[in-house]
Ligand binder design. Structure first.
Ligand code: FAD
Length: 345
């Protein structure tokens, strides 16, 4: 059994680690243009704040993800994952009400701290409706995750740093440049739109810009959130973002992006800061907010693992494990992620 993985971002590297553990041979081809997994805030947030709901399949995805990143830390001998409490500054009476109602419900207890007097009266002039603190939140150092992984697979002789030439691929036999594979798995992120066989799937390229700011006056012990996230990353620096520009496939940083983030930042802090850095990336977004997994209907040797969206760092480890089990063991895919849901397109 041998697989070819096209794309060494979060999706491709997660699949690669699962295959490695299972003792299945594979190669990765990555062209190094990574503009999503490298740029990402890497935030792991169990909650969806708008209606104070739990993130999709949270109880399965989050522990699997934490275990995955801890195993990689041991493998690479470096820190990738940081636990940081997220403090939500409620945006409305309604949000405060949701929190108060849900904080003691069984399903939410593992992810929400019961509000204290301090949380209610959080000492900030920007605190209007009170605050709540999330449990089990943090972030993955995204750029480091990609750098260490690509170096690791290169050292194992399993990574080629180049672009795939589709004209040299035979979808029927699953061969590429004369070598035949049991499966060719496309993990191309936002570039899926240009794939000759999977480009029909309804993905949107969603550009996002992120700032790094520095301030000695902002508390580094927690991440503040309202309209934007402000995540402490060490040395009095904070990652702040991000913007959402639909159907944009470019990574130019813009004045508009910077101004939007700076404006949003005013809803969590009024402390002075300097901007250290500004970057932009493009997310692979699916309209129904569920990943794309499955085999091509006409060419079953071609498979896909994509559409990770805004919570990619939380969902990729388990989702890509499920893709492996589907390809290798014939296990059924969760209908919500199976690309057959778009069969009528
Ligand atoms: C601004 C921003 C902020 C984000 N913040 C968060 C966050 O806080 N938390 C979170 O969980 N997620 C976040 N995300 C989302 C997350 O980054 C994505 O869900 C995830 O990284 C997508 O991973 P991927 O492997 O599918 O795609 P990518 O990371 O895009 O990887 C695809 C790889 O395939 C390569 N490739 C494509 N085509 C070819 C080809 N033909 N030949 C060879 N190589 C090819 C690309 O160069 C790339 O290296 C954010 C994204 C952005 C842009």
């Amino acid at each position: 059994m041998k697989l070819l993985i096209v794309g060494g971002g979060l999706a491709g590297t997660s699949l690669a680690h699962h295959l490695l553990k299972r003792g299945v041979d594979f190669e990765i081809i990555d062209n190094g243009n990574n503009v999503s997994s490298t740029v990402a805030g890497g935030i792991l947030n169990p909650l969806v704040f708008r209606r104070m709901t739990l993130s999709w399949r949270l109880d399965e995805l989050l522990p699997f993800a934490y275990n995955y990143y801890h195993e990689l830390e041991a493998l690479f001998g470096c820190e990738l994952l940081k636990f940081v409490p997220i403090r939500r500054l409620f945006a409305s009476e309604q949000e405060r009400g949701y929190w108060e109602k849900k904080q003691s419900q069984e399903a939410f207890q593992a992810y929400m701290h019961i509000q204290t007097e301090f949380d209610k009266n959080f000492p900030s002039s920007l605190n209007t409706f009170g605050t709540g603190v999330v449990k089990q939140s943090g972030f993955v150092e995204a750029a480091k995750y990609i750098e260490y992984n690509l170096n690791y697979f290169e050292q194992l002789g399993k990574l080629k740093r180049e672009s795939v030439d589709f004209s040299q691929m035979d979808p029927e036999t699953g061969s590429y440049k004369g070598k035949t594979y049991d499966y060719i798995v496309f993990c191309e992120g936002k570039d899926m739109c240009y794939n000759p066989w999977f480009g029909y799937l309804p993905m949107q390229q969603t550009k996002g810009e992120v700032l790094t700011i520095q301030s000695s006056e902002i508390d580094e012990s927690e991440s503040l959130n309202r309209k934007c996230f402000m995540m402490p990353i060490g040395n009095q620096q904070f990652r702040v973002g991000s913007t959402y520009d639909w159907d944009q496939d470019n990574v130019e940083i813009t004045e508009k992006g910077r101004d939007t983030i700076v404006e949003n930042l005013k809803s969590v802090t009024d402390a002075p800061f300097t901007i250290v850095n500004q970057i932009a990336g493009v997310r692979p977004t699916v309209k129904d907010r569920r990943p794309f997994l499955g085999k091509h209907a006409t060419y079953p040797k071609l498979a896909i693992g994509n559409g990770l969206g805004t919570k990619g760092y939380m969902i990729a480890p388990l989702i890509m494990f499920e893709l492996m089990e589907y390809l290798l063991d014939g296990k059924e895919l969760d209908k919500e992620v199976d690309i057959r849901r778009f069969d009528k397109l």
